[in-house]
Every structure is written in C-alpha cells, then in structure tokens.
Design a protein around this ligand. Structure first.
Ligand code: ADP
Ligand code: ASP
Ligand code: MG
Length: 471
C-alpha cells in the first residue's frame, strides 16, 4: 500500500487534477492507495487573508475574497465533471461549504476578534474543497473511492496553528476508519494539513503540513511507500527557482532530507521525515507533471544507497529567507556562567525559536524568523546586554553526509563566496551542514556561486539527474 500526497499545484486546476487521478489509477493497479491532498494552490493564502480581514472588521473585503474562493471551485467543478446530476450535486456541496465559510466570517466580524482557533477553521476549508472535488471526479471516472474527513482520524492537541497528533488515538482511528476501506479495495481520499481536537474543534498542523499528514498516515498504516507528488523532479541540488541549473537528487538519507527541510528546502515539510524513519518507510518525492521521471528516494536502506555511492561533498543547498539577526553584546558574559541561560529564557518566554547561533567571548549572534520578532522581546533582551538587529537576511546552508569527514569544505565555500558579504557563520552540531547568513539581495549570487562550485564536476552525474522538463 502507498500513501500518495498531492501538493497545491498538483491539484490546482482541472487539468492538474485529471493528471493526479491518472497517477492514482496507475498505483491502484498495484494496491489500494490512500490519497492525501493539499488545498488547490493559492487557496490557503486566500483563506488566511479572509481570516485577517474578518478579524479587523473589513467585512466587505472578506466576503469579496470568499466570493473568489466560491467561483474558483465552481469553475473547477464545471471544467472537471461531465455528468449533469453529479455536477449539480457537487456544486451544491461547494455552496454549503461556502455558506459555512461566510457564516464564520460574519461570526468573527461580530465578535471583532480573530483567535488562533477560528483561524484554523478558516484555513481548513481549502483541503475540504479540494478533496471533495477530487473524490467526485474519481467517482465519475469509475474509481471505487471514499472521501474521509481527516478530522475523524487526525486527532491532535489544541495548539491551534501548529497542532501535533495524539499518536495512539490517531493510530486507533486509522485502523478503525481507513484500514478497513483500503482492505476492501476502496481508494481513500482525505485532507492533509487539518485535524481536530478530541472534542472535535478543527486544528491545523502548520503551513505546508500536508506532507507531514501523509508521512504520519503512512507510518500508522505501516505502508510500503510515502509518495510526495509535487511540481519539481524531486529534491534538487537547490531551489530550481533560484538556480535553473539545479539537478534532481536520485537518493538521499533520512538525515540529509530532514536537515535540508529544517534548513528551508520548501519541497518537504520539516516534520515529514520523523514518522518515516520510525517505521523505516521510504519517502519518494515525485513530479506530478513528469510522472515517469525518477524523482528522489529518501531511505536508509543500505542496498539502495550503495548503488548510488556519492563521493561529492555537498548534496544540496537550502535557503531560508525572511530571517533576522539579533546580536547581543555584554561584558558580563566573560568568564561568567548562567548568561546563556538568561538569554535563552527570554526567547523561551516569547515562544521564539532560535535558528542559527554563533558566539564569541562577549557577544552572541543568532537568527530568528522575522515574523516572530517583536519589540517586547528586544526590550527584554536589552536588560541583559546591548542589542543590534539586522532585518532582511537569509540563511544559506550546504548539506551533505560527506561533509562530516571532509577537509577543505570551508575553504571551497568561502572562496565561492568571496564577493558576498557574510553576516554570520555557523556549523551544525550534526556536522552535515555548514550555514551562513547573507543579506537577502545577495542570496541569488551566493547560491549560484556555491552551486557552480559544488555541482559542476562530471562525477556528480551518477547521482543527479537533469530535470525531465529540460531534457
Ligand atoms: P507542494 O505544493 O507540492 O507542497 P511546495 O511549493 O510546498 O509544493 O514545494 C515545492 C517547491 O519547493 C518547488 O517548486 C521549489 O521551488 C521549492 N524548493 C525549495 N528547495 C528545493 C529543493 N532543494 N528541491 C526541490 N524544490 C525545492
Ligand atoms: N494547504 C496548506 C498550505 O498551503 C497545507 C499544504 O499545502 O501542505 O500551507
Ligand atoms: Mg509543500
């Protein structure tokens, strides 16, 4: 059995949905799959705008955006479904969902406050729409398919906006609801990203969380593969939007993939790898636009890895934009214990996660996501030292298992970056990444130079592939 997750662009148009259904049909010949979908591309962003507008009394704006969400999905139904009765039934289901969305907008507008709990309610609609349309289109094509509300299976804590599953409860629900359907040959279509608390309040797992949903479901079902279908040929040597010459990576270890995802490679949600590692299930990252391209296999299976031994140093380069450097300088640091404790206590009080860090005797530099920055946090930091802030920076990390034992990597990195203003440098404790911080406008040049440095040698070709689209 396989879990097949399709991302936003893979279900973003009628054509894309048809293509995804044909990919599911191929899999159905091998076994009955569980299909996990994202919202159609752009819809979750729109729902976030709707929530924000409703929360700040911009009722007209929220209703107009909800109108756009309605017409988008009705057009999708119109283009995708041929049978008139099915089309009418589906249109009325879309209308019902839109009615609930509009009620929510009005409710939040009346209360005059948007809570994290209601934000999750808003965000959940995208996946409800996409799966409803997809399952109906599969049914019309004659597939044996069932639509399952993920909120009956993905039972989470009440940390709205970043909910985590209650493992044992979820596994029991999967065995009770999803497994019997699959066992009798019914393909199951469900939503990624969303869940519910034990008492039925809608939650979300955090943006991009559908990959995580798929990995969790794959682990609970103990499937033999987790397939992440997206819009690029697998995990690549870097983001192809930044470096058009980026190549797709045939095989990676779980630790390399996890490191890359945490360091900013958007192609995988950072939490995707842990459930797969736990049950040792290979994760395939595949392109729904080129279903025959090989994509990437993420595994620890020595047999698969041995066929792909890689002598190169760097596997991939990850970028995280929208970061901010905070420098804290204090003479009290010198020869005194407890300073770091005091410092991290401030971040912990504000629930802000520190990403990269580097220290000297009298100063600490660290990066945080710019969105988590607040003046109150800075005021508190000022009570322990002088504080300087730099916005609009990005972290760049070079990642590869072979970095661990290699000499001369830093030299190659810094010579490739000799024309770039490095704001901070750090090596991860795992020793499989070296990271540094640059100003955002210098990201493109920095990544292109590094890519040229590490990925132009001919021996790389055994493990990397030119993307299918550019053959
Ligand atoms: P989906 O909607 O399918 O979940 P995402 O937009 O979340 O897709 O992730 C796919 C995107 O990730 C790609 O279009 C690409 O621009 C970006 N990306 C960033 N780093 C990498 C990388 N190392 N390899 C492949 N894609 C990457
Ligand atoms: N639709 C959600 C988002 O845009 C989840 C996902 O696509 O993985 O963040
Ligand atoms: Mg994604």
């Amino acid at each position: 059995m396989a879990v097949m997750k399709f991302g936003g662009t893979s279900v973003g148009t009628a054509r894309a949905m048809q293509q995804a259904i044909s990919i599911v049909a191929r899999e159905e010949k091998k076994g009955t799959p569980l299909v996990v979908l994202s919202a159609c591309s752009g819809i979750t962003n729109k729902l976030v705008h709707i929530a924000d507008a409703a929360g700040c009394s911009a009722l007209d704006e929220a209703m107009a955006l909800a109108g756009e969400v309605r017409s988008f999905h009705l057009k999708l139904v119109d283009e995708l479904i041929k049978n008139a009765a099915l089309k009418a039934g589906l249109a009325s289901t879309i209308e019902q969902l839109c009615g609930r969305l509009e009620m929510l907008i009005k409710g939040v507008d009346i209360v005059g406050e948007l809570t994290e709990r209601s934000r999750d309610m808003f965000c959940s609609f995208g996946e409800l729409f996409s799966t409803t349309v997809f399952a109906a289109a599969m049914k019309e094509l004659g597939h044996n398919v069932a639509w399952v509300d993920a909120r009956t299976v993905m039972i989470t804590d009440d940390n709205f906006g970043f909910a985590r599953p209650l493992d044992e409860v979820c596994e029991a629900k999967v065995n009770q609801i999803i497994r019997p359907l699959l066992a009798k040959g019914t393909t199951v279509v469900t939503q990624g990203y969303i869940g519910a608390t034990k008492d039925g309040r809608t939650t979300t797992l955090g943006r991009g969380g559908s990959d995580f949903s798929a990995a969790l479901l794959g682990a609970w079902l103990n499937d033999n593969s987790i397939q992440i279908w997206t819009d690029v040929d697998g995990v690549m040597t870097t983001d192809p939007r930044l470096v058009p010459e980026a190549r797709s990576i045939r095989v990676m270890t779980f630790s390399e993939a996890a490191e890359l995802a945490y360091l900013g490679a958007k192609v995988l949600h950072p939490d995707t790898i842990a459930p797969a590692v736990q049950k040792n299930i290979p994760v395939y990252v595949l392109n729904s636009l080129h279903p025959d391209a090989k994509g990437t296999i993420i595994t620890n299976d020595p047999e698969r890895l041995s066929g792909m031994s890689y002598e190169g140093l760097v596997k991939s380069i990850a970028v995280k934009k929208g970061q901010c450097i905070i420098n804290i300088r204090s003479n009290r640091m010198m020869g005194r214990h407890g300073f770091m404790n005091e410092l991290f206590d401030v971040f912990s009080r504000y629930g802000v996660s520190v990403e990269m860090i580097s220290t000297s005797e009298v100063s600490v530099s660290l990066t945080v996501d710019d969105k988590s920055f607040s003046n109150e946090l800075i005021q508190d930091l000022k009570s322990i030292g002088d504080v300087e802030i730099e916005h609009n920076v990005a972290t760049i990390s070079v990642v590869g298992d072979n970095l661990r034992m290699s000499r001369g990597v830093a030299g190659r990195i810094f010579s490739a970056l000799k024309n770039v203003n490095l704001r901070m440098i750090s090596q991860g404790a795992s020793e499989i990444n070296v990271g540094f911080v640059v100003e955002e406008p210098e990201v493109a040049i920095a990544v292109n130079n590094l890519h040229k440095e590490f990925f132009s040698a001919p021996e790389d070709h055994a493990i990397f592939e030119t993307p299918a689209g550019s053959r």
